[in-house]
Design a protein around this ligand. Structure first.
Ligand SMILES: [Zn+2]
Length: 590
């Protein structure tokens, strides 16, 4: 068998990706992402625009010490200004000074842009292109030209667009990357234009698409099938407006469906973790529906699908999720049948002990909870705990006694604050009482709960809430309506979802918080530390020593129905996410 054709992967997450309005990366973030892209086997990493800001310039200094194993670093910039020599252009000088093995410059190939944006004669733009490339070739090992708006240029003025490319080729560019900068072209148009470009040129071609028509990935694939040898894009499709072509999907498609080689075969399974790392560092919530790597990409819900994949996974999956580092998931819902339950119990390693009666008990409990508003679709962790409790397999970590929350607002112009007091029975059977202040009742309860548990279970301190959603269940019941709270938590290596339901939003949140902490302790197989740290208030202890007990599912959730009618005003604010320093001003995109 002939070896797979190699396609160069050119990542511009650190430059074009940072032009997303909600994405901003620190220098440390950029260095971390670059190292991870190198591990993935990406060929080129565009680090930024040395002429645009100091952080990008600093990146090029620091990345030299990173000792990348494979990827070549590219500095980005634009062609020289009109009316001066390339050697006198400050931005080009900064590219050369960045001292990277690769330079990538963007230039005009659409006559409308030359006339309207640059406002110079068409002939003069050809000189600008030639002069810029020739200058960079003298100082940089490899020079890539990004042909801005090439596909629009070709659509309206094909001869001029092609003459621009010719000028760049003559000047010695190593590769010309054709850009659908406005993201407005469709695959059949890309095919025609790239075929025309190939006919008139000898230089290798690349492709750089934006996603404004939601076909950036399809356009990129069309270009590769018509001879492009380099794909430019960003991880998760980050980028201005609707984003850039998503490299994660492109790599998976080209490598798994079309037999090209983009990254080493053994690295393909790093796609999922690379995607997650970029979301995490950019502080953007991952898209669950993202192809290949999203949380829902291989999730099965309908009973028919679940029984199908139990017979043969290919019945409802286009690839093996493990190939790209993802997992198969089965969610529980009102559609659940025995097949879903059995699949889940197997996933949690409980299949050996489960008899028919236990499956029925679980199903009944699940249906009952769904009847009062629970959903376990985004709350796998709560379901796993529910199963352990129902089957009597839950481990005792602590015991809830009581909580109390106060809300204060002292002046009309002042933000309110909350104080929470939580009383628990600790692992030694003693009562522990902690209090904490927060910007809202849930925040205060979360802090107080952690203060109580951290002395015994230090790992609790590593947990973080990453998402908090409140949904009103009884429309029309006003402030007395029941709400469902979904919480997503992470400890850096895994994410899990938990759920709570009540007419009282604090109670619903508390349920989800407790499950979140319990799940962490359960997964860590946490054993309490012998000596509690100082600073914990044991005022409630008074010699009460009894064996800790975890409420079973029925007890735990029966409180919910008791709370009906307790209609305190819901605080539906989302917790503050980490904030990043402001993003650099994007000067121009290609
Ligand atoms: Zn772009």
């Amino acid at each position: 068998m002939a070896p797979a054709t190699k396609i160069q992967v050119y990542d511009t997450t650190l430059r074009d990706g940072c032009q997303s309005e909600d994405v901003s990366l620190t220098l440390e973030d950029k260095l971390e992402i670059a190292r991870r892209l190198d591990d993935l086997g990406v060929d080129y990493i565009e680090g930024g625009w040395p002429g645009s800001n100091e952080r990008d310039a600093a990146f090029f200094t620091h990345i030299k010490r990173a000792k990348l194993r494979h990827a070549r670093i590219a500095a980005f910039g634009a062609t020289r200004r009109a009316g001066i020599k390339a050697s006198a252009d400050r931005n080009l000088m900064l590219i050369v000074r960045a001292d990277t093995p690769v330079a990538c410059v963007v230039g005009k190939t659409w006559d409308m842009h030359v006339r309207e944006a640059l406002r110079i004669p068409l002939e003069e733009n050809l000189e600008v292109l030639h002069d810029t490339i020739a200058y960079l070739k003298k100082h940089v090992d490899e020079v890539i030209f990004d042909a801005e708006h090439f596909f629009d240029g070709y659509h309206f003025s094909p001869d001029y667009a092609l003459s621009c490319l010719k000028s760049v080729e003559d000047a010695g560019a190593d590769l010309i990357c054709l850009c659908d900068t406005n993201g407005g072209r469709l695959p059949h148009e890309v095919e025609v234009a790239i075929q025309a470009a190939r006919q008139g040129l000898h230089v290798p071609l690349g492709i750089h698409c934006h996603n404004d028509s939601e076909v950036a990935v399809a356009n990129t694939i069309a270009a590769v099938r018509n001879g492009a040898v380099q794909i430019q894009g960003t991880i998760n499709g980050f980028g201005e407006r609707c984003g850039n072509a998503n490299l994660v999907s492109i790599i998976a498609n080209l490598q798994l469906k079309l037999g090209y080689s983009c990254v080493p075969a053994d690295r393909l399974k790093m796609l999922q973790e690379t995607s997650m790392l970029v979301y995490e560092l950019a502080n953007v919530a991952p898209n669950p529906r993202q192809a290949y790597v999203g949380r829902s990409a291989f999730t099965h819900k309908a009973g028919l699908h679940v029984s199908g994949i139990q017979r043969n996974v290919k019945t409802y999956e286009h690839i093996d999720p493990a190939t790209v580092g993802n997992d198969r998931r089965v969610v529980l819902s009102e559609l659940s049948g025995r097949a879903n339950i059995l699949y889940k119990t197997r996933e949690f390693g409980l299949d050996t002990d489960l008899n028919r009666q236990q499956v029925e008990t679980l199903l009944d409990e699940l249906k009952r909870l769904e009847g009062i508003g629970y959903t376990f679709d985004g709350a796998d962790a709560s379901f796993e705990l529910l199963m352990l409790r129902t089957l009597g397999l839950a481990t005792d970590h602590f015991n809830f006694v009581s909580f109390r929350v106060f809300d204060d607002k002292w002046h009309e112009d002042q933000a309110p604050f909350s104080e929470a007091v939580v009383v628990l029975e600790d692992p030694n059977g003693k009562r522990t009482r902690t209090s904490a202040i927060g910007n809202g009742p849930v925040n205060a309860l979360d802090s107080a709960l952690r203060h109580a548990l951290t002395p015994f279970y230090p790992n609790v301190a590593r947990m973080q809430l990453v998402d908090y959603k409140v949904r009103v269940l009884d429309n029309g019941a006003g402030t007395g309506a029941r709400v469902r709270v979904l919480i997503e938590s992470t400890d850096g290596s895994r994410r899990w979802g938990t759920v709570g339901v009540s007419a009282n939003v604090v109670e619903a949140s508390w349920q989800a918080l407790l499950d979140s902490v319990e799940f962490k302790l359960h997964k860590d197989q946490a054993k309490p530390r012998k000596l509690p740290a100082t600073g914990t208030d044991y005022s409630g202890a008074k010699g009460v020593v009894k064996k800790p007990r975890v409420l079973n599912a029925t007890e735990l959730h029966s409180r919910i129905s008791k709370n009906a009618g307790n209609g305190s005003a819901p605080d539906v604010r989302r917790p503050k996410l980490r904030r990043r320093p402001g993003s650099p001003a994007g000067m121009r995109s290609e």
